[in-house]
Design a protein around this ligand. Structure first.
Ligand SMILES: Cc1cc2nc3c(=O)[nH]c(=O)nc-3n(C[C@H](O)[C@H](O)[C@H](O)COP(=O)(O)O)c2cc1C
Length: 200
């Protein structure tokens, strides 16, 4: 299927088929796909936590408000996190980049705006990997749900990952054919083309 076909097919799945499992090979491919995510100046300020442990997943689900059921119904929850410490980020991720990327872009356009701007830009990079990941999932015949509706502080404590803060999570699995949010039953709602796309 071409990309437009996949874009029409992909949707934020609300009800998963609990009888279908993800293979270890598929999970391994998803890890590699995320590792290859693009980011501005290849800054990669992220960490992707693949949660398949049922006990931990249940604990996270209990801290995920309306998303609890979906998380319990899938084999895989991926938590997307951003690096906390800007100094560490600059030493580990920025210092290794070509000099002109740093002096020509990072320093004058990002760092010059202060720490809050750097942190916001870092989080933007993680969000980019979300769009990329959702497209990858549907291209692999998988359904997924991006989730900002999670208790970030509880996730931080449960994941106990030094130096990183969770931003959002994604469930991955196979949609239940009876999902009332399936596009066949609940057509996608979007603004009209001329309201969002301008051709000059
Ligand atoms: C960053 C982000 C966070 C989202 N958080 C949630 C969530 O917590 N729970 C949920 O069911 N859907 C969540 N969604 C799904 C959106 O509601 C959904 O993408 C939007 O309504 C468009 O529908 P579609 O993806 O099915 O086309 C989120 C989507 C994005 C991009």
């Amino acid at each position: 299927m071409n990309f437009l076909g996949l874009a029409k097919k992909r949707y934020a799945t609300k009800k998963y088929d609990t009888t279908k499992m993800l293979s270890p090979e598929v999970i391994a491919s998803m890890k590699e796909i995320l590792r290859l995510s693009p980011s501005s100046i290849n800054s990669q300020p992220w960490s992707f936590t693949f949660v398949t442990d049922r006990v931990l997943k249940k604990q996270l689900a209990a801290k995920s408000y309306a998303n609890e059921q979906s998380i319990n119904d899938v084999d895989l929850l991926v938590v997307f996190s951003v690096m906390d410490d800007v100094e560490h980020f600059e030493r580990r991720n920025i210092a290794v980049l070509p000099k002109d990327w740093v002096t020509g872009f990072y320093e004058p356009m990002i760092r010059a705006n202060g720490e809050a701007a750097v942190k916001s830009w870092m989080a933007h990079q993680v969000y980019l990997s979300l769009g990329y990941f959702l497209s990858a999932c549907i291209s692999m015949g998988l359904d997924a749900t991006p989730m900002e509706g999670i208790d970030l502080e509880a996730y931080r404590q449960l994941l106990a990952q030094d130096g990183y803060s969770p931003l959002f999570a994604v469930t991955v699995g196979f949609a239940d054919p009876g999902d009332p949010m399936h596009p066949a039953a609940f057509p996608k709602s979007r603004f009209e083309m001329d309201e969002v796309v301008r051709s000059i």
